[in-house]
Design a protein around this ligand. Sequence first.
Ligand SMILES: [Fe+2]
Ligand SMILES: [Fe+2]
Length: 174
Amino acid sequence: MSLFGLGEQFNTLQDLYVHLLKDLYSAEHQLTKALPKMAEASKSPDLRLAFETHLRETENQIVRLETIADKLGTSLSGYTCNGMKGIISEGSGWIGEDATDAVKDAGLIMEAQHAEHYEMAGYGSARTYAELLGHTDAVSLLQQSLDEEIAADSKLNTLASRINVAAQTQPLKV
Ligand SMILES: [Fe+2]
Ligand SMILES: [Fe+2]
């Protein structure tokens, strides 16, 4: 059984690079469906806005990946990222749990940061592969998306610094 269950042949770093782009493309598409649900489940207006803002960034990130794929003359569709599927499955489960407002939001932040760190790992590797392969335009696009993921994670850290404390001390208020 091959690693990704696709029977793909990986002979070069470029093959691995294209596979990683497919993984990210699937992950981003899955997030465009999950982020509105995370926003809707948020009790804090600030957290809801952060998810809505990141949804728009995510849509841009999909366009960047399509731009990279067009230049490579390849398609990124048809692959399912199981890593993000699992993270989103856990996040969906959390949305359905019975929790006080601040604890609910603290959990949403925790679940969302799992997704952000997964994306940061993917974009970091993809950016590095693009550098080695001499794909200068792709390096710039992937770095932009990586910077957005880092900023989104940092924003969640800022929100968590308030919401986690509320979850500990004032479970009914955010
Ligand atoms: Fe993303
Ligand atoms: Fe993200």
